[in-house]
Design a protein around this ligand. Structure first.
Ligand code: NAD
Length: 299
């Protein structure tokens, strides 16, 4: 298995998948490779032949790889991006497990675990009908998260630094979801009035990420505005480096339930593992490997 990235340095995925292969006694390997954009098509073409079962795809290739697939799953088609490639004979199927991974992670939190359908297994997506979510950001991760929240029944508002980009995301995903009233742009000026109606706030910008554009800042809102959220609101940050981002620190100081991006990373990987191998992923093994890697501890 390969991870197609550029650069390929910091990923936790080789650790997670290596641990999962070992735990299940599978004779497979997972390696991050640095692929420049100009070399992407050739790297993808090689995946169509054994010994590859497939690959993961990450920054900056997730969108560019989609037209190179023989087939896209409905989620990958809707989001317009692929994070997992599965080889079926000589055909490549593009999946996007980020959105489903996000929902599985959400269901680890007590307020959402209670919303899992009664007959669903562990990690099943919660039913978010009647809930309102505010997604900050309008990049690739935001698209996957918004798509999955809509699929789970939630109403979603999207706030982005560049409002035209948020409007494009809304327009694209409204084409997929028939109920247009459930997905709207949130203007920056409207934020204070909206916050009191939000059940779930999700940061899908790269603000707060160490090494990112503004590691010490909160994304698109002031810390004091978190007081406008209902006391039962949940705050999720897709960033996991550092484990407690400025947003999560401010939200937990206000007593809100918070989650960083590590559970989503683990679940998107577990779903990819299942798509490649057909075996149930050893999720806790993968989580421990990711936590060890993040803490800089040896395997
Ligand atoms: P992207 O480049 O496609 O989008 C970045 C977003 O951040 C855009 O909406 C942009 O407007 C916003 N942004 C950037 N700088 C900003 C600033 N200074 N102020 C306000 N907004 C700003 O990136 P992406 O692939 O969508 O990833 C976004 C974040 O989500 C990254 O931190 C990434 O690591 C994280 N992520 C986590 C997981 C996971 O599994 N936990 C999966 C995917 C992405």
């Amino acid at each position: 298995m390969l991870l197609l990235a550029h650069p390929a340095g910091h990923s936790l995925s080789p650790l997670m998948h290596g641990a999962a292969f070992r735990a299940l006694g599978l004779n497979a390997t997972y390696e991050a490779v640095d692929v420049a954009p100009a070399d992407l098509a050739a790297a993808v073409a090689r995946l169509a032949e054994p010994p590859f079962l497939g690959a993961n795809v990450t920054v900056p290739h997730k969108e560019a790889v989609a037209p190179l697939m023989n087939e896209l799953t409905p989620a990958a088609q809707a989001v317009g991006a692929v994070n997992t490639i599965v080889r079926r004979d000589h055909r490549l199927v593009g999946h996007n497990t980020d959105g489903e991974g996000f929902l599985r992670a959400l269901s680890e939190l007590a307020p959402f675990a209670a919303l899992q359908p009664a007959d669903a297994g562990r990690g099943a997506a919660p039913d978010l009908t009647g809930r309102t979510c505010l997604v900050l950001g309008a990049g690739g991760a935001a698209r996957a998260v918004v798509h999955s929240l809509l699929a789970a029944g939630a109403a979603v508002k999207v706030l982005n630094r560049n409002e035209a980009r948020a409007a494009r995301l809304v327009e694209d995903l409204q084409r997929v979801d028939a109920d247009e009233r459930r997905l709207t742009v949130c203007a920056a000026s409207d934020l204070p009035a909206q916050l009191s109606h939000i059940d779930l706030l999700v940061n899908s910008t790269s603000v707060g990420m160490s090494g990112g554009p503004e590691p010490e800042s909160l994304p698109l809102l002031e810390g004091s505005q978190l007081a406008l959220l209902p006391p039962a609101a949940v705050v999720v940050d897709l960033v996991y480096r550092p484990a407690l981002t400025p947003l999560l620190r401010a939200a937990s100081q206000r007593g809100l339930v918070v989650q960083n991006g590590l559970p989503m990373l683990v679940w998107q990987g577990a779903l990819a593992f299942e798509a490649w191998t057909g075996s149930a992923a050893p999720v806790e093994v993968m989580r421990e490997a990711a936590e060890r890697g993040l803490a800089g501890r040896p395997a």
